[in-house]
Ligand binder design. Structure first.
Ligand code: DUC
Ligand code: ZN
Ligand code: ZN
Length: 464
């Protein structure tokens, strides 16, 4: 047999092309693309289906220790199961450094959490919370050489946030070593001030999570992050952008000649601050940072996707159970919004939402979908062309999409650890009917077929 598998008669979609072709797979890689291929032990009929690169979700939180009795709803098994169900073949998760901890120690911990559990391929971003001279001068340069080529820094959250001089030192290390820095942009001092004022006024319900983190706090921090990157002349990624003003900061930085990538997420297209304002603490389900804004912000985020201001559409999957003392409704969280854990589930629903709301409603075309779902993540985070495309020699990471499949999204379809999805009841057109990882079908008919076949991926430097 010439091939292990042939995907027959589907419409292949890449970042730049759409064409009907058979796809021949051998030893886990794409070996041939031609109008008609013969000779395989497995034939997958794909007539009427789109044959797309497997999704890459480059912003996923799994099994992060959250402190204070709070437990994340997904470990690497359940989180990557949901990823595969939703058409993904690779995720990039965060390895969070604790204060005083070396990056090597943090990595040892996270590798142990992920080892043997992942159903899709996985790689880690390093979250830098303690940028000591040893970390920046010695550990980080060695780790970048070892394939840990991206970092995240926070401008908000006491205990996580870096001061501007620390951000500059981290960015400078990134410039020297070729790492790419992702920045969470919100002004911590402004947020803390507003939380204090809300406390004095007794405003403690979930909806005040949104009013203590206003657009101006995100816009200011976005502008500052871009300025700091400009000062040391290094590319950055602005993650989880929620509104027009922050988005326009990215556009302006590009016009000044800066290299910057932008990311937005499903919550900023599908939710608003009104979702936080509901009876019986239901609003806690939608608490995430930055918070969802308003309808005009949703429109702005769509515009950013259509006009390539955003290169990345990621889930920012950060799941907590709702009705659970270790989740959203912990004892303190019931009384004060600041103790409601921040984040919402989304790794399984990201692509069906973008396909249905974006492609099927005519906002983006199929090739733009592939760029936002997969290719741009691979290019930006050093996985291309092994991942993120359908080309000879690339890993056979392929998702088959049925554009005619209609469904109403329910939590049980997503097979994650959370007890809710923020998108319950959303009517979807188009669904990923088969997910193939390095040539093996890992999901079909919404069922995981192969356990734990994900590998860890050391990465090259960013192609930004
Ligand atoms: N930032 C994230 O990227 N994810 C969840 C919470 C947060 O603040
Ligand atoms: Zn963040
Ligand atoms: Zn995140």
């Amino acid at each position: 047999m010439q091939f292990d598998t042939i995907i027959r008669g589907g419409t292949v979609v890449t970042a730049g092309d759409t064409f009907v072709s058979d796809v021949g797979i051998r030893d886990g890689r794409i070996a041939a693309l031609a109008a008609r291929l013969e000779g395989a032990s497995e034939i997958i009929e794909a007539k009427g289906l789109y044959v797309m690169p497997g999704g890459i979700d480059s912003h996923v939180h799994l099994d992060q220790p959250s402190g204070d009795g709070i437990v994340m709803a997904d470990d690497f098994a359940s989180g990557t199961r949901s990823a595969a169900i939703g058409g993904n073949t690779t995720i990039l998760a965060f390895c969070m450094q604790q204060k005083g901890q070396s990056l090597r120690e943090a990595l040892k911990d996270y590798h142990a959490r992920a080892e043997g559990k992942c159903h899709v391929d996985t790689s880690f971003h390093l979250v830098i919370t303690d940028p000591t001279p040893e970390v920046l001068g010695q550990e980080l340069p060695a780790l970048v050489e070892d394939g840990y080529t991206s970092l995240k820094v926070f401008m908000t959250y006491e205990g996580l946030r870096l001061r501007d001089d620390e951000i500059l030192a981290t960015l400078d290390t990134a410039r020297r070593t070729g790492a790419l820095v992702m920045v969470h942009c919100e002004n911590e001092d402004a947020i803390r001030y507003l939380i204090g004022r809300h406390e004095q006024e007794g405003k403690l319900a979930p909806r005040y999570h949104a009013s203590t983190r206003p657009v101006a706090a995100e816009r200011e921090a976005t502008h500052r992050a871009l300025s700091l990157a400009e000062i040391v002349d290094v590319p950055i990624v602005i993650v989880h952008v929620s509104n027009r003003e922050a988005m326009e900061e990215i556009r302006r930085a590009r016009q000044r000649g800066q290299k910057v990538a932008g990311e937005t997420c499903p919550q900023y297209l599908m939710l608003t601050a009104e979702d936080l304002d509901q009876e019986a603490l239901e609003g806690a389900k939608y608490v995430c940072s930055p918070p969802p804004r308003d309808k005009a912000s949703q429109d702005a985020c769509w515009e950013g996707l259509e006009q390539n201001v955003f290169d990345l559409f990621s889930s920012d999957h950060c799941p907590f159970r709702f009705d659970d003392p270790e989740g959203k409704l912990n004892e303190k969280g019931k009384r004060h919004f600041r103790w409601i854990p921040n984040g919402i589930p989304g790794v399984g629903s990201r692509l069906p939402i973008l396909f249905s709301e974006g492609v099927m409603k005519g906002r983006i075309d199929l090739n733009q979908f592939v760029r936002l779902a997969s290719t741009n993540h691979a290019k930006l985070y050093g996985l291309y062309p092994r991942k993120g495309t359908i080309a000879i020699g690339s890993d056979a990471d392929i998702t088959l999409w049925d554009p005619e499949r209609e469904c109403v999204l329910t939590n049980d379809m997503l097979q994650h650890g959370a007890d809710y999805t923020p998108y319950e009841g959303t009517v979807l057109k188009g669904w990923p009917v088969r997910t193939i990882l390095r040539g093996k079908t890992i999901v079909s008919d919404n069922t995981l077929r192969v356990q734990s076949s994900g590998q860890y991926l050391p990465r090259g430097r960013s192609g930004i």
